[in-house]
Write a protein that binds this ligand. Structure first.
Ligand SMILES: *[C@@H]1O[C@H](CO)[C@@H](O)[C@H](O)[C@H]1NC(C)=O
Ligand SMILES: *[C@@H]1O[C@H](CO)[C@@H](O)[C@H](O)[C@H]1NC(C)=O
Ligand SMILES: *[C@@H]1O[C@H](CO)[C@@H](O)[C@H](O)[C@H]1NC(C)=O
Length: 434
């Protein structure tokens, strides 16, 4: 089969295996309040950062006006602590009236007018993790309908204060209830994170059938320790996790903390690179009003976003783990392309790592490689040894294009065809660039 035909066949067949709501055929992108803003409800003393409609409107304005939306960052997601501590007279959840005086429907309309989407949060226990009203089994239908009435586009269902038996019923029941509203609402399940993230307690086949994405592991924090711990867990368990992911169903290693306080520049580039390799949802949790230009450049890197959003939706893997503290990761992309990440766990100095494409299982001749952070490109023969210089806790990330066409090979050999414009773009770039 022609590679393009294969891509199409995969793209058409894969969603049938996932939750059948037609949503999130590529990983969702946007902004989520939790990591940066937590349960800050002190609007009297901290008006700029408290969980209130103003915070979500501010972030929506930034997504809309600062070029984020065009790159795919379209969700604004509310997390815990948005609601009143009591349900209304009809038994429905209601937003805190002081902090959300316009209500959730007004907020979702504000977003929709700008081409953005709204996500909201609930919990399958008696209470949310922050102590607000939960959505236990007997409230699943009414709350799903309330979210649909509010024109919400995504729902995250947390698991505090619930047990395994309740979760086995509650997570599928919510999937059915969301579907029954008739409104397409993407569904994020925290279920596996409450059951250790691994079989036999977690059934990834079932998750793929009822949820669009799921949190497998603990909450991310604003620190390199936390990011590295998540990276380690996801790649140590890649044999279980990678087959679970695909169009409409994603593993979620949690938010991007790029632009906050805990990561260095190199570490920020590492988080972005490896979240793209993992086909992870890209939800930033930061302050888009004051974000630095260097953090913004990482988050707005078009090449990395296109790798994250590749239509095949294949989650990448670690393919090399050197004892010296160098890892290599690979994600297969459409059009016979791939993403490669070289990551250094070292703490001494930039490490000059020597390898060849054939050692990394690229054996089809001459490849074009592009460094996605520097935009520098080169052509490489599979058997040639090359050296990448990887900074401590940093990465080098490459976009590797399909082998040059046989008829062009002699040009590469003669060193004539090194400029980007000379290359066959249509064959080399991800679909989102065509
Ligand atoms: C509900 O599920 C059916 C069958 O799986 C699907 O065809 C339909 O599109 C879904 N509707 C929504 C709103 O998710
Ligand atoms: C889980 O909670 C339910 C109440 O909703 C209770 O009946 C059941 O015994 C609990 N199961 C376990 C294993 O704790
Ligand atoms: C996992 O879920 C699938 C789909 O619901 C089901 O067919 C399968 O039997 C489950 N596997 C186990 C081990 O329970």
């Amino acid at each position: 089969m022609h590679p393009a035909a294969l891509v199409l066949a995969l793209a058409l067949s894969a969603p049938a295996l996932a939750l059948d709501n037609g949503l999130m055929l590529t990983p969702p992108m946007g902004w989520l309040a939790w990591e940066r803003y937590r349960c800050d409800i002190d609007c009297a003393n901290d008006p700029k950062n408290c969980i209130s409609e103003n915070l979500f409107i501010d972030m929506a304005d930034r997504l809309y006006e600062d070029g984020w939306k065009e790159l795919g960052y379209s969700f604004i997601n509310i997390d815990d602590c948005w609601s009143s501590k009591v349900r209304d007279k009809q038994g429905r959840l209601q937003a805190d009236p002081k902090r959300f005086p316009g209500g959730i429907l007004k907020l979702s309309r504000y977003l929709h007018e700008r081409g953005l989407k709204l996500g909201i949060y609930g919990d399958m226990g008696t209470l949310t993790c922050g102590g607000y009203p939960g959505t236990p089994l007997d409230k699943v239908k009414i709350d799903a309908q309330t979210f649909a009435d509010w024109e919400v586009d995504m729902f995250k269902y947390d698991g505090c204060y619930s047990n395994a038996t309740e979760q086995e019923k509650g997570y599928p029941a919510m999937s059915v209830a969301l579907n029954a509203t008739g409104r397409p609402i993407a569904y994020s399940c925290s279920w596996p994170a409450y059951q250790g993230g691994l079989p036999p307690k977690v059934n990834y086949t079932e998750l793929g059938q009822i949820c669009n994405l799921w949190r497998n592991y603990g909450d991310i924090e604003d620190s390199w320790d936390s990011v590295l711990n998540i990276i380690n867990w996801f790649f140590e368990n890649q044999d279980v996790l990678t087959p679970a992911a695909g169009p409409g169903k994603w593993n979620d290693p949690d938010m991007l903390v790029i632009g906050d306080f805990g990561l260095s520049y190199e570490q920020s580039r590492t988080q972005m690179a490896l979240w793209a390799i993992m086909a992870a949802p890209l939800f930033m949790s930061n302050d888009l009003r004051t974000i630095s230009s260097s953090a913004r450049a990482i988050l707005q890197n078009k090449m990395i976003i296109s790798i994250n959003q590749d239509q095949l939706g294949i989650q990448g893997r670690r393919i090399v783990k050197e004892k010296i503290g160098i890892d290599v990761y690979l994600r297969p992309l459409s059009h016979n392309c791939s993403a490669l990440v070289f990551f250094s766990r070292r703490s001494d100095m930039p490490y000059r790592y020597s390898t060849s494409l054939s050692k990394l299982n690229f054996t089809a001749g001459v490849y074009k490689v592009m460094d996605v952070y520097s935009n520098k490109e080169d052509t490489l023969k599979d058997s040639s040894t090359f050296v990448v210089s990887i900074n401590p806790t940093g990465v080098v990330m490459w976009y590797v294009s399909a082998p040059a066409k046989p008829s062009l090979r002699h040009f590469f050999k003669a060193g004539k065809l090194r400029g980007y414009d000379d290359y066959d773009h249509a064959n080399a770039l991800p679909a989102s660039f065509l």
